[in-house]
Design a protein around this ligand. Structure first.
Ligand code: 13P
Length: 341
C-alpha cells in the first residue's frame, strides 16, 4: 500500500510546506533545494523511496512513501537507474540485495538502527549451533551479513503470517525481544526463541499511561507498533506495522464518521507517521485527532533535504554488498516473499 507521491511544482511545494505544523523558516531556500532534487532525479533517472518516519520535507520530495515491505518491493521492481533510500541503512542494503544492478544511495551513514546494531553474524551462527532443529527468522531490521545467516526474513507487516507457515516447530526470532515476545503470544503453536535486541524508540512506550489517557479520551483507540513492549500491546486496540496502523485509522475514522461518533488515536510509534497523517487528513479537509507523546527516531531524523540533494548530486554514499553475502541474504528475503503469497 505504498503511496506514489505527486511530484509538486514550486507552487505546490510551497503550499505543502506552509501547511506543515512547523513550516521552514527559510521558505525560499527550502524550495530551491527541493526543486534541485526534482531536477537531479529527472537528470539521473533516480527515484527516492521514503519511509513514513522521514522528516516532512524529505517526504515531500520522495516518489514513494511506505513501510519496509512496500519499499523493498518497489526497490525490487524499479527500472530507475538510481535508488536513493530516504530511510536507514538496512533499508538501503535490502534494496541493493533485491536489485543489485542499480546504484543505491543513502544520504548519510549516520542513519543506522539500534536493532540492526544489536546482532552480528557470529551471534546467529552461535544460535544455529544451540538450536540446530530451529528455523532462524530475522526481522528485516538487520544487516545483509546477518540476513545471510538466516532462513527467512520478515517485516512488521508479515511476521506472523510468514512464521506461522514455516515447517519447523522451533523458530529463533532475531533480534527484537519485544516483537519476539509479541509473536510468541500470537503463535502458541510455535516454540519461539527470542534475542535481546530492542528499538530505542519503541521501547520508550509502555502500558503505564494508557488507563489515564483512556479516562481523558473516551473514544481513544490505541495503535502500537509490533516493536513495542507487550505491556502496551496488551492494552492496544490494534498492533502491527506502520501500514497496518494507517489502514486501521482509515477504517475506524470512516466508521466513526458514519456513526456520528468522535474518535481519537494514539500511535505508539515514531512521530513522523502521526505528522504525515495529520497533514494529509488536514489537506483533505478532514482533521484527525491524534494524541500522545511525540518520540523521534534519532537515526531516521539524520536524513534531511540537504543530504538527499548532496547524495543525488555527487552520487554518494553508495551502498554495496559483497556478492557472496548478497546471494545468501537474497534467499532469506525470497523465502519471505514465497511464504507471503
Ligand atoms: P515498518 O516496516 O512497520 O514501517 O517499520 C519499520 C521500522 O524500522 C520500525 O522501527
Amino acid at each position: 500500500m505504498a503511496i506514489e507521491q505527486k511530484i509538486l511544482d514550486r507552487e505546490g511545494l510551497q503550499e505543502a510546506l506552509l501547511g506543515l505544523d512547523t513550516p521552514p523558516f527559510d521558505l525560499e531556500g527550502t524550495l530551491d533545494v527541493m526543486e534541485e532534487i526534482h531536477a537531479l532525479k529527472r537528470e539521473k533517472r533516480a527515484i527516492i523511496l521514503g519511509h513514513w518516519y522521514m522528516r516532512d520535507g524529505v517526504k515531500l520530495v520522495a516518489d514513494y512513501l511506505g513501510d519496509s515491505l512496500d519499499l523493498s518491493r518497489i526497490a525490487r521492481a524499479t527500472d530507475a537507474d538510481i535508488i536513493l533510500f530516504a530511510g536507514v541503512h538496512f533499508m538501503a542494503e535490502t534494496a541493493k540485495i533485491l536489485n543489485p544492478g542499480k546504484k543505491v544511495l543513502l544520504p548519510t551513514l549516520e542513519a543506522g538502527c539500534s536493532l540492526a546494531e544489536s546482532i552480528v553474524p557470529a551471534d546467529v551462527r552461535r544460535l544455529r549451533g544451540m538450536y540446530p532443529q530451529a528455523a532462524i527468522a530475522t526481522y528485516i531490521n538487520t544487516s545483509a551479513a546477518v540476513k545471510a545467516e538466516t532462513d527467512v526474513c520478515v517485516t512488521s507487516a508479515n511476521a506472523r503470517q510468514v512464521i506461522s507457515k514455516l515447517p519447523q516447530h522451533q523458530v529463533v526470532f532475531i533480534p527484537d525481544q519485544y516483537m519476539g515476545a509479541n509473536l510468541k503470544k500470537e503463535l502458541p503453536e510455535k516454540e519461539i526463541i527470542t534475542y535481546d535486541g530492542a528499538c530505542i524508540l519503541h521501547e520508550q512506550f509502555t502500558g503505564l499511561q494508557i488507563p489515564a489517557l483512556r479516562a481523558r479520551n473516551p473514544g481513544l483507540r490505541v495503535l502500537s507498533h509490533y516493536e513495542c513492549d507487550p505491556s502496551i500491546i496488551a492494552q492496544s486496540d490494534m498492533h502491527g506495522g506502520t501500514n497496518d496502523m494507517i489502514n486501521y485509522i482509515l477504517r475506524e475514522r470512516a466508521a466513526a464518521q458514519r456513526e456520528g461518533k468522535a474518535v481519537t488515536f494514539l500511535l505508539a510509534t515514531e512521530c513522523g507517521l502521526s505528522s504525515t497523517l495529520t497533514s494529509q487528513f488536514q489537506q483533505k479537509g478532514m482533521p484527525i485527532d491524534i494524541v500522545g507523546p511525540c518520540h523521534l527516531c534519532p537515526y531516521m531524523k539524520k536524513v534531511d533535504i540537504y543530504n538527499v540533494r548532496d547524495a543525488l548530486r555527487d552520487e554518494r554514499l553508495e551502498i554495496t554488498v559483497v556478492e557472496g553475502i548478497r546471494i545468501r541474504a537474497y534467499q532469506s528475503l525470497q523465502r519471505m516473499f514465497e511464504l507471503m503469497s
